[in-house]
Design a protein around this ligand. Structure first.
Ligand SMILES: [Ca+2]
Length: 299
């Protein structure tokens, strides 16, 4: 099946077919390399931006998970003082910390949301073209439904990220910074305290700030992680950079892809198509967003 002939605004067609998914060279949750086949589909040129999400909220009145008061019944062990609307915000440490404890750089910050990514006092007026953040899975689903789209499977997302390159380490080839060019917004330096900003950005960056991949897609690497609809069945990762503590028994976790501006080679070399992490569907953070797809079968 080929992608639908009718061009879609700000989306590109990704050809169907078989490709090699996964990697043997990095983290265990990416193994084994296996051949996977996907049908042709369309995918958003870039992550959903703050401006996009604002249009959605204006049209629908959607209130994100981060803006709602958590139900105490869902968090029996939580400090009642923290049962207020909020979201996880990255906070750099002053120096080296124990990298096994994500609480050394994640704060649950009351009042943090897509409108106020660092909490009260912050805003997005200068960040309309940045990826929207603090989006829980159901927020992404609601946006997709409003836009007449769907959220990608992990295989679709990885197929798109590879941009037609078979087995390459990165979305653009095997060299991280070809000719010294920075190709994505990740973290340079020692996480989580020393950000050298070689790529020009400490937090999120405007979408399209770096070169597109072979399919013409922007920001498939770094900037923000992106939700997929697939369940994450591997065990906890050896270095759960995203606050992915060991899963509680029976806890549902979904696959997120692409890495973010917090991925540092010294700790979390996950700005690669094969890389994957997990997140619980009701969690929102300052480095997790999404983009949508449209499948031929739904067109
Ligand atoms: Ca950066």
């Amino acid at each position: 099946m080929t992608a639908t002939a009718e061009p879609r605004t700000d989306m590109v067609p990704v050809p169907g077919g078989a490709f090699l998914m996964g990697s043997e060279d990095f983290y265990p949750e990416e193994r084994p390399v296996r051949e996977v086949t996907v049908e042709a589909f369309w995918i958003d040129l870039r992550p959903v931006t703050v401006a996009d999400f604002r249009r959605f909220v204006k049209a629908t009145g959607h209130v994100t998970v981060a803006e709602r008061t958590p139900d105490a019944a869902d968090f029996p062990d939580a400090d009642p003082a923290l049962l207020v609307p909020g979201s996880l915000v990255f906070r750099p440490s002053r120096g080296p910390v124990d990298l096994r404890d994500f609480r050394n750089w994640w704060d649950y910050r009351p009042g943090a949301s897509w409108r106020a990514p660092e909490g009260p006092g912050s805003d997005t007026y200068q960040r309309a073209r940045h990826p929207v953040t603090h989006i829980a899975f159901e927020d992404a689903q609601a946006y997709a439904a409003w836009a007449g789209k769907q959220l990608p499977t992990e295989a679709e997302w990885e197929r798109a990220a590879r941009g037609g390159l078979e087995g390459a380490t990165y979305a653009w080839g095997d060299e991280f910074a070809p000719g010294g060019r920075m190709m994505a917004n990740a973290w340079q330096g020692e996480f989580p305290w020393q950000n050298l900003l070689t790529d020009g950005w400490g937090g999120t960056s405007p979408v399209g700030s770096y070169e597109p991949n072979g399919y013409g897609l922007f920001d498939m690497t770094g900037n923000v992680w992106e939700w997929t609809v697939d369940r994450f069945d591997a065990g906890p990762s050896a270095s759960p950079c995203c606050g992915g503590a060991a899963s509680a028994p029976g806890e549902e976790r979904l696959v997120i892809k692409g890495g973010s501006h917090l991925c540092a080679p010294s700790y979390c070399l996950r700005y690669r198509p094969a890389a994957r992490q997990s997140e619980t569907p009701d969690t929102s953070t300052s480095h997790l967003g999404f983009r949508c797809v449209v499948r031929d079968s739904a067109a």
